[in-house]
Design a protein. Sequence first.
Length: 278
Amino acid sequence: MQDRLQLRMPTGITSLDPVLDGGVPPGSVVLLLGEHGAGSVEFVQTSLMNLCIQKQSGAAGEHLLLPESISYVTFTRMQEDVLKEIALSFNPGLYEQLEGEIVFHDLSELYFDASIVPPGWYGEGSVIERLKKKQRRENGNVLAEVARVLDECPKNSMIVLDSLTDIAPSQMEGDRRHAFIAFLRGLQRAAKRWNTTVYLLLTSGILDRSQELEIADCFDATILFNWEEAGAQRRQRVMYFGKFRGVMPRLEDRDLVRFAVTVSATGGFEVRNIRVVV
């Protein structure tokens, strides 16, 4: 039991994993709640890059569990778009490596079918084929499809959900709200059975504060990414843990809760100048 409790799945952020004793407990469901450009996306991108490299090298230390599979679930973005952004931002030579390691699940057809967006903008195939697909999905439920996709992901893995920003505003309205919150709480339970770490992106400010808190309450951890004024005409990215079940007390004992962040083409997302919370 003790060995299992010590097990960690690396985040892939080389400057953060030592702070977390190697990574996060496998089965953690982590909300990445960030302001525009404050680092939440780069956190995920750097994590993907470094974990793919570690998986291919087979380099894992004691009490560390590398994900058997990395799944990326997206509602609006194409696989090529995601991979191209990472390659252009950090390392163009990693494109094929990422393509080979990350399993993409593109739910954009289901997402856009419920909108006024012309099918030709997001679908493939002939008009007839797209109409047939739309008829099959017109009564579909996006949460049910996400649940089906997640249920098929391998155990002992990592999943990125990009992003709650796409679906939360509509799902938090009226009668849908209870079902959405129940889905998120169910995911938190299922991740423990799967021993799979899940990261969910959400842009701060698109929901009201009470809704953000209700969503954050469903998960094991909330990591916040904000901008802070750091002097005249200069801003600083800041990352801090809002909560982390089973981990937060150890961080607070060492006053390691709030961090300054840098993002660079060479190092990706890094935490620097660890700030003491007073």
